[in-house]
Write a protein that binds this ligand. Sequence first.
Ligand SMILES: [Zn+2]
Ligand SMILES: [Zn+2]
Ligand SMILES: [Zn+2]
Length: 208
Amino acid sequence: MTERTPSRRTTATAPPAFPKPGHNHARCAAEALGKAEAVCAARGTRLTEIRRQVLETVWQSHVPVGAYEILAQLNAGGGDRPPSQNSRALTARGGPPSQNSRALTARGGRHAPMAVYRALEFLMDNGLIHRLASLNAYIGCAHLGEDPHAAQFLICRRCGTTAELKSAALNRALDQAVTERGFTIDSQLVEIGGICPNCRPNHRRPKS
Ligand SMILES: [Zn+2]
Ligand SMILES: [Zn+2]
Ligand SMILES: [Zn+2]
């Protein structure tokens, strides 16, 4: 069954499962930010400055980013502001951040780690980003604005690019397998490591 029906509809907003290098990522990011604003408005919450900045940083690429990297970037002047002199201290890795309570105070940087964690929590609670446990990092939700959903993530071990799948068939299969064991799912997030089509040298990419 290798029918080659190019079912390429011009649904310009539907991102491909694996974004190609050099795609118009500014558009991905702008769309995500726009939808996030709409989601917040609809829920009567606010995408405050810090929340927006964190979301922008998460959306700077399709590679998951850790909380400390987000913080370092914000404090290094990810926005329009001059770089902070304290960003050095904040990029130094000192073990798992959540256990290092001393690090949770601002050291003259523009943002304290706690502020970034709170913003990340807000973004997760509102379904704007997902946390990938295997990487301890965050990725923008590809189905932003939809209700909390089960998702599968394909994580490339080479370039780090991560694509979100939302396969109803997979969800059903998992649901069934789990229910048979008397288990009730309250959250489901599958992380699958591998090599993405962009990193597989012999992969034939569809012509664009
Ligand atoms: Zn993109
Ligand atoms: Zn999602
Ligand atoms: Zn890759």
